[in-house]
Design a binder for this molecule. Structure first.
Ligand code: UD1
Length: 317
Protein backbone atom coordinates (compact mmCIF):
# COMPACT_ATOMS: atom_id res chain seq x y z
CA UNK A 1 0.00 0.00 0.00
CA UNK A 2 1.25 3.46 -0.84
CA UNK A 3 1.26 6.84 0.87
CA UNK A 4 -0.14 9.44 -1.53
CA UNK A 5 -0.17 13.20 -1.07
CA UNK A 6 -3.19 14.79 -2.77
CA UNK A 7 -3.18 18.56 -3.34
CA UNK A 8 -6.65 20.06 -3.68
CA UNK A 9 -7.96 17.16 -1.57
CA UNK A 10 -11.06 19.09 -0.46
CA UNK A 11 -12.01 19.94 -4.02
CA UNK A 12 -14.39 18.20 -6.40
CA UNK A 13 -11.94 15.76 -8.06
CA UNK A 14 -9.58 15.70 -5.04
CA UNK A 15 -12.18 14.49 -2.57
CA UNK A 16 -13.40 11.68 -4.85
CA UNK A 17 -9.78 10.68 -5.53
CA UNK A 18 -8.98 10.68 -1.79
CA UNK A 19 -12.08 8.58 -1.01
CA UNK A 20 -11.11 5.98 -3.61
CA UNK A 21 -7.46 5.80 -2.51
CA UNK A 22 -8.57 5.28 1.09
CA UNK A 23 -11.12 2.63 0.06
CA UNK A 24 -8.29 0.77 -1.71
CA UNK A 25 -6.22 0.81 1.49
CA UNK A 26 -3.74 3.58 0.68
CA UNK A 27 -2.73 6.31 3.15
CA UNK A 28 -3.69 9.82 1.98
CA UNK A 29 -2.04 13.09 3.02
CA UNK A 30 -4.62 15.69 2.00
CA UNK A 31 -3.61 19.29 1.26
CA UNK A 32 -5.98 22.18 0.62
CA UNK A 33 -6.07 25.94 1.22
CA UNK A 34 -9.89 26.01 1.09
CA UNK A 35 -9.99 28.77 -1.53
CA UNK A 36 -12.56 26.72 -3.41
CA UNK A 37 -12.28 23.35 -1.63
CA UNK A 38 -14.83 22.52 1.06
CA UNK A 39 -14.40 20.56 4.29
CA UNK A 40 -17.82 18.88 3.76
CA UNK A 41 -16.38 17.13 0.70
CA UNK A 42 -14.05 15.26 3.07
CA UNK A 43 -16.70 14.18 5.58
CA UNK A 44 -16.09 10.48 4.76
CA UNK A 45 -12.30 10.77 4.42
CA UNK A 46 -11.95 12.56 7.76
CA UNK A 47 -13.36 9.45 9.47
CA UNK A 48 -10.63 7.27 8.00
CA UNK A 49 -7.52 6.50 10.06
CA UNK A 50 -5.52 6.54 6.82
CA UNK A 51 -6.27 10.21 6.16
CA UNK A 52 -4.55 13.36 7.43
CA UNK A 53 -5.48 16.88 6.35
CA UNK A 54 -3.12 19.88 6.11
CA UNK A 55 -4.35 23.41 5.45
CA UNK A 56 -1.64 24.74 3.18
CA UNK A 57 -1.30 26.87 0.05
CA UNK A 58 0.74 25.06 -2.62
CA UNK A 59 1.45 28.41 -4.31
CA UNK A 60 3.42 29.65 -1.26
CA UNK A 61 7.16 29.04 -1.92
CA UNK A 62 8.56 26.17 0.17
CA UNK A 63 5.28 25.29 1.90
CA UNK A 64 4.65 22.03 0.08
CA UNK A 65 8.33 20.97 0.09
CA UNK A 66 8.35 21.22 3.90
CA UNK A 67 5.32 18.92 4.18
CA UNK A 68 6.74 16.48 1.60
CA UNK A 69 10.00 16.34 3.59
CA UNK A 70 8.06 15.44 6.73
CA UNK A 71 5.60 12.97 5.15
CA UNK A 72 7.82 11.26 2.52
CA UNK A 73 4.93 10.25 0.23
CA UNK A 74 5.45 7.68 -2.55
CA UNK A 75 3.45 9.82 -4.99
CA UNK A 76 1.88 13.27 -5.30
CA UNK A 77 -1.43 13.77 -7.10
CA UNK A 78 -1.45 17.49 -7.87
CA UNK A 79 -5.05 18.64 -8.30
CA UNK A 80 -4.97 22.03 -6.54
CA UNK A 81 -5.70 24.57 -9.28
CA UNK A 82 -7.71 27.42 -10.63
CA UNK A 83 -10.19 25.29 -12.60
CA UNK A 84 -12.16 27.75 -14.69
CA UNK A 85 -11.26 28.96 -18.18
CA UNK A 86 -13.40 32.05 -17.56
CA UNK A 87 -11.72 32.85 -14.23
CA UNK A 88 -8.30 32.57 -15.91
CA UNK A 89 -9.41 35.21 -18.42
CA UNK A 90 -10.66 37.50 -15.64
CA UNK A 91 -7.49 37.04 -13.54
CA UNK A 92 -4.53 35.74 -15.61
CA UNK A 93 -2.00 36.55 -12.86
CA UNK A 94 -3.85 34.35 -10.37
CA UNK A 95 -4.05 31.67 -13.05
CA UNK A 96 -0.25 31.84 -13.45
CA UNK A 97 0.35 31.60 -9.72
CA UNK A 98 -2.03 28.69 -9.10
CA UNK A 99 -1.56 26.73 -12.33
CA UNK A 100 2.10 27.32 -13.27
CA UNK A 101 4.02 28.52 -10.23
CA UNK A 102 2.39 26.01 -7.88
CA UNK A 103 3.18 23.18 -10.33
CA UNK A 104 6.85 24.24 -10.28
CA UNK A 105 6.76 23.95 -6.48
CA UNK A 106 5.36 20.42 -6.84
CA UNK A 107 8.21 19.51 -9.21
CA UNK A 108 10.71 21.02 -6.77
CA UNK A 109 9.26 19.15 -3.78
CA UNK A 110 9.40 15.87 -5.74
CA UNK A 111 13.01 16.52 -6.75
CA UNK A 112 14.20 17.49 -3.28
CA UNK A 113 12.53 14.68 -1.39
CA UNK A 114 12.70 11.65 -3.68
CA UNK A 115 9.03 11.31 -4.60
CA UNK A 116 8.68 8.48 -7.15
CA UNK A 117 5.65 9.65 -9.07
CA UNK A 118 3.72 12.86 -9.76
CA UNK A 119 0.23 12.83 -11.27
CA UNK A 120 -0.87 16.17 -12.67
CA UNK A 121 -4.37 17.52 -13.41
CA UNK A 122 -3.89 18.69 -16.97
CA UNK A 123 -6.74 19.57 -19.31
CA UNK A 124 -8.23 19.18 -22.77
CA UNK A 125 -7.96 22.99 -22.85
CA UNK A 126 -4.27 22.63 -23.87
CA UNK A 127 -5.38 21.57 -27.38
CA UNK A 128 -7.47 24.69 -28.03
CA UNK A 129 -9.69 24.35 -31.08
CA UNK A 130 -7.98 21.22 -32.39
CA UNK A 131 -8.71 20.37 -36.02
CA UNK A 132 -8.72 16.62 -35.48
CA UNK A 133 -11.59 14.79 -33.82
CA UNK A 134 -11.35 12.77 -31.70
CA UNK A 135 -8.26 14.48 -30.35
CA UNK A 136 -5.22 12.29 -29.88
CA UNK A 137 -2.38 13.27 -27.55
CA UNK A 138 -0.13 14.05 -30.52
CA UNK A 139 -2.54 16.76 -31.80
CA UNK A 140 -1.20 20.27 -32.14
CA UNK A 141 -1.47 22.25 -28.90
CA UNK A 142 -2.78 25.74 -29.47
CA UNK A 143 -4.42 26.90 -26.23
CA UNK A 144 -6.90 29.77 -26.60
CA UNK A 145 -7.06 30.83 -22.94
CA UNK A 146 -4.60 31.63 -20.14
CA UNK A 147 -5.93 28.49 -18.45
CA UNK A 148 -5.05 26.19 -21.37
CA UNK A 149 -1.65 27.86 -21.74
CA UNK A 150 -0.86 27.42 -18.03
CA UNK A 151 -1.81 23.74 -18.05
CA UNK A 152 0.44 23.17 -21.08
CA UNK A 153 3.33 25.02 -19.44
CA UNK A 154 2.90 23.03 -16.22
CA UNK A 155 2.92 19.74 -18.15
CA UNK A 156 6.25 20.72 -19.71
CA UNK A 157 7.72 21.80 -16.36
CA UNK A 158 6.75 18.58 -14.61
CA UNK A 159 7.74 16.23 -17.45
CA UNK A 160 11.10 18.00 -17.86
CA UNK A 161 11.87 17.81 -14.16
CA UNK A 162 10.80 14.16 -14.02
CA UNK A 163 13.05 13.25 -16.96
CA UNK A 164 16.01 15.11 -15.47
CA UNK A 165 15.72 14.11 -11.83
CA UNK A 166 14.32 10.60 -12.27
CA UNK A 167 10.69 10.56 -11.19
CA UNK A 168 7.66 9.43 -13.18
CA UNK A 169 5.18 12.10 -14.28
CA UNK A 170 1.69 11.35 -15.54
CA UNK A 171 -0.25 14.26 -17.08
CA UNK A 172 -3.97 13.55 -16.98
CA UNK A 173 -5.67 15.57 -19.69
CA UNK A 174 -9.14 15.69 -18.21
CA UNK A 175 -12.01 16.48 -20.49
CA UNK A 176 -15.22 17.85 -18.90
CA UNK A 177 -15.58 16.26 -15.48
CA UNK A 178 -18.96 16.22 -13.74
CA UNK A 179 -20.68 14.60 -10.77
CA UNK A 180 -21.56 14.95 -7.10
CA UNK A 181 -19.76 17.72 -5.10
CA UNK A 182 -19.09 19.93 -8.13
CA UNK A 183 -19.83 23.41 -6.79
CA UNK A 184 -22.54 25.15 -8.88
CA UNK A 185 -22.43 28.45 -7.02
CA UNK A 186 -20.09 30.57 -9.13
CA UNK A 187 -20.37 31.87 -12.69
CA UNK A 188 -17.14 29.91 -13.23
CA UNK A 189 -18.70 26.56 -12.29
CA UNK A 190 -18.88 23.57 -14.65
CA UNK A 191 -21.92 23.57 -16.92
CA UNK A 192 -23.51 20.36 -15.64
CA UNK A 193 -23.40 21.54 -12.03
CA UNK A 194 -25.09 24.80 -13.11
CA UNK A 195 -27.74 23.01 -15.18
CA UNK A 196 -28.44 20.59 -12.30
CA UNK A 197 -28.97 23.52 -9.95
CA UNK A 198 -31.33 25.24 -12.44
CA UNK A 199 -33.19 21.93 -12.64
CA UNK A 200 -33.58 21.74 -8.85
CA UNK A 201 -34.72 25.35 -8.63
CA UNK A 202 -37.05 25.21 -11.65
CA UNK A 203 -35.14 27.97 -13.52
CA UNK A 204 -34.27 28.00 -17.23
CA UNK A 205 -30.67 27.22 -18.17
CA UNK A 206 -28.47 29.68 -20.05
CA UNK A 207 -26.64 28.47 -23.15
CA UNK A 208 -23.67 30.53 -24.36
CA UNK A 209 -23.62 30.54 -28.17
CA UNK A 210 -25.87 28.39 -30.35
CA UNK A 211 -25.53 25.32 -28.11
CA UNK A 212 -24.00 23.23 -30.89
CA UNK A 213 -20.63 23.20 -29.13
CA UNK A 214 -19.77 19.74 -27.85
CA UNK A 215 -17.94 18.34 -24.87
CA UNK A 216 -16.68 14.91 -23.80
CA UNK A 217 -18.26 14.69 -20.35
CA UNK A 218 -16.65 12.21 -17.95
CA UNK A 219 -17.98 11.18 -14.53
CA UNK A 220 -15.83 12.13 -11.54
CA UNK A 221 -15.84 8.56 -10.21
CA UNK A 222 -14.16 7.45 -13.44
CA UNK A 223 -11.64 10.29 -13.12
CA UNK A 224 -10.83 9.22 -9.55
CA UNK A 225 -10.09 5.71 -10.84
CA UNK A 226 -7.83 7.13 -13.56
CA UNK A 227 -5.92 9.01 -10.84
CA UNK A 228 -5.60 5.90 -8.67
CA UNK A 229 -4.18 3.95 -11.63
CA UNK A 230 -1.76 6.73 -12.61
CA UNK A 231 -0.43 6.99 -9.05
CA UNK A 232 -0.23 3.33 -8.08
CA UNK A 233 -0.21 0.98 -11.07
CA UNK A 234 3.13 -0.83 -11.33
CA UNK A 235 5.22 -0.24 -14.44
CA UNK A 236 3.59 3.06 -15.45
CA UNK A 237 6.04 5.34 -17.30
CA UNK A 238 6.04 9.12 -17.80
CA UNK A 239 3.64 10.56 -20.34
CA UNK A 240 0.35 12.31 -20.98
CA UNK A 241 -3.03 10.78 -21.76
CA UNK A 242 -6.55 12.03 -22.37
CA UNK A 243 -8.94 11.16 -19.57
CA UNK A 244 -12.18 11.06 -21.50
CA UNK A 245 -14.95 8.80 -22.76
CA UNK A 246 -14.62 9.27 -26.53
CA UNK A 247 -18.28 10.36 -26.73
CA UNK A 248 -19.49 13.88 -27.53
CA UNK A 249 -22.59 15.63 -26.16
CA UNK A 250 -23.75 19.03 -27.39
CA UNK A 251 -24.98 21.72 -25.02
CA UNK A 252 -28.39 21.52 -26.72
CA UNK A 253 -28.51 17.76 -26.05
CA UNK A 254 -27.52 18.35 -22.46
CA UNK A 255 -30.22 20.98 -21.94
CA UNK A 256 -32.68 18.56 -23.61
CA UNK A 257 -31.88 15.80 -21.09
CA UNK A 258 -32.75 18.14 -18.22
CA UNK A 259 -35.82 19.59 -20.00
CA UNK A 260 -37.19 16.07 -20.59
CA UNK A 261 -37.50 15.66 -16.81
CA UNK A 262 -40.21 18.32 -16.53
CA UNK A 263 -43.29 18.79 -18.72
CA UNK A 264 -43.48 22.42 -19.82
CA UNK A 265 -39.93 23.30 -18.69
CA UNK A 266 -38.87 26.85 -19.65
CA UNK A 267 -36.83 27.04 -22.87
CA UNK A 268 -33.09 27.74 -22.50
CA UNK A 269 -31.99 31.38 -22.57
CA UNK A 270 -29.31 32.03 -25.22
CA UNK A 271 -26.40 34.42 -24.61
CA UNK A 272 -23.43 35.26 -26.84
CA UNK A 273 -20.62 32.69 -26.95
CA UNK A 274 -17.95 33.22 -24.28
CA UNK A 275 -14.40 34.40 -25.05
CA UNK A 276 -11.87 31.59 -24.92
CA UNK A 277 -14.59 28.98 -25.35
CA UNK A 278 -13.65 25.94 -27.42
CA UNK A 279 -16.25 24.80 -29.97
CA UNK A 280 -15.68 21.04 -30.06
CA UNK A 281 -13.83 18.95 -27.53
CA UNK A 282 -13.82 15.17 -27.97
CA UNK A 283 -10.98 12.98 -26.79
CA UNK A 284 -9.54 9.70 -28.01
CA UNK A 285 -9.36 7.43 -24.95
CA UNK A 286 -6.96 4.83 -26.48
CA UNK A 287 -3.72 6.06 -24.86
CA UNK A 288 -5.15 5.99 -21.33
CA UNK A 289 -6.35 2.43 -21.97
CA UNK A 290 -2.92 1.35 -23.22
CA UNK A 291 -0.74 3.26 -20.75
CA UNK A 292 -2.85 3.18 -17.56
CA UNK A 293 -5.35 0.37 -18.16
CA UNK A 294 -8.09 3.00 -17.80
CA UNK A 295 -11.44 2.99 -19.59
CA UNK A 296 -14.37 5.16 -18.49
CA UNK A 297 -17.34 3.09 -17.34
CA UNK A 298 -20.07 5.68 -16.85
CA UNK A 299 -21.92 7.47 -19.67
CA UNK A 300 -23.48 10.95 -19.45
CA UNK A 301 -27.05 9.64 -18.97
CA UNK A 302 -25.99 7.28 -16.16
CA UNK A 303 -23.81 9.91 -14.53
CA UNK A 304 -26.58 12.50 -14.67
CA UNK A 305 -29.06 10.04 -13.17
CA UNK A 306 -26.65 9.49 -10.28
CA UNK A 307 -26.10 13.21 -9.86
CA UNK A 308 -29.83 13.96 -9.78
CA UNK A 309 -31.13 10.90 -7.89
CA UNK A 310 -28.08 9.77 -5.87
CA UNK A 311 -26.08 6.55 -6.45
CA UNK A 312 -28.04 3.53 -7.60
CA UNK A 313 -28.61 1.19 -4.63
CA UNK A 314 -27.74 -2.42 -5.47
CA UNK A 315 -30.73 -4.76 -5.09
CA UNK A 316 -29.97 -7.53 -2.59
CA UNK A 317 -31.62 -10.83 -3.33
C1 UD1 B 1 -13.99 22.56 -18.43
C2 UD1 B 1 -13.48 22.68 -17.02
C3 UD1 B 1 -11.98 22.79 -17.00
C4 UD1 B 1 -11.40 21.61 -17.79
C5 UD1 B 1 -11.94 21.63 -19.22
C6 UD1 B 1 -11.44 20.43 -20.01
C7 UD1 B 1 -14.90 23.64 -15.29
C8 UD1 B 1 -15.43 24.88 -14.67
N1 UD1 B 1 -14.08 23.82 -16.33
O1 UD1 B 1 -13.84 23.79 -19.16
O2 UD1 B 1 -11.50 22.74 -15.67
O3 UD1 B 1 -10.00 21.68 -17.80
O4 UD1 B 1 -13.36 21.52 -19.14
O5 UD1 B 1 -12.07 20.35 -21.23
O6 UD1 B 1 -15.22 22.55 -14.87
N2 UD1 B 1 -21.93 26.84 -20.74
C9 UD1 B 1 -23.23 27.18 -21.00
N3 UD1 B 1 -24.03 27.59 -19.95
C10 UD1 B 1 -23.56 27.68 -18.67
C11 UD1 B 1 -22.20 27.33 -18.41
C12 UD1 B 1 -21.42 26.91 -19.48
O7 UD1 B 1 -23.70 27.16 -22.16
O8 UD1 B 1 -24.34 28.05 -17.77
C13 UD1 B 1 -21.10 26.34 -21.86
C14 UD1 B 1 -19.75 27.03 -22.01
O9 UD1 B 1 -19.85 28.21 -22.77
C15 UD1 B 1 -18.97 25.92 -22.73
C16 UD1 B 1 -19.54 24.63 -22.14
O10 UD1 B 1 -20.79 24.98 -21.57
O11 UD1 B 1 -19.20 25.94 -24.13
C17 UD1 B 1 -18.68 24.04 -21.05
O12 UD1 B 1 -18.29 25.10 -20.16
P1 UD1 B 1 -17.63 24.81 -18.73
O13 UD1 B 1 -18.42 23.80 -17.97
O14 UD1 B 1 -17.37 26.13 -18.09
O15 UD1 B 1 -16.28 24.02 -19.10
P2 UD1 B 1 -15.04 24.27 -20.11
O16 UD1 B 1 -14.82 25.72 -20.40
O17 UD1 B 1 -15.22 23.32 -21.26
Amino acid sequence: MAKILVTGAAGFIGSHTSDLLLAEGHAVVGVDNFRTGRRENLSAALHSTGFTLHELDVAVPGALAKLVAAEQPDAIIHLAALVSVQESIADPALNFSLNVHASQFVAEAARLHGVNRVVFASSAAIYGDAAERPIRESAEKRPVSPYGAAKLAAEALLLGHGACYGFTVRCQRYFNVFGPRQDPSSPYSGVISIFARCDREGRPVTIYGDGRQTRDFIAVRDVARANLLAATRPGVVSGAANICTGRATSLLDLAGIFAARHAGAAAPVHRPARAGDIVHSLGDPAAAAAELGFTARMGVAEGLAELINGPAVPVLS
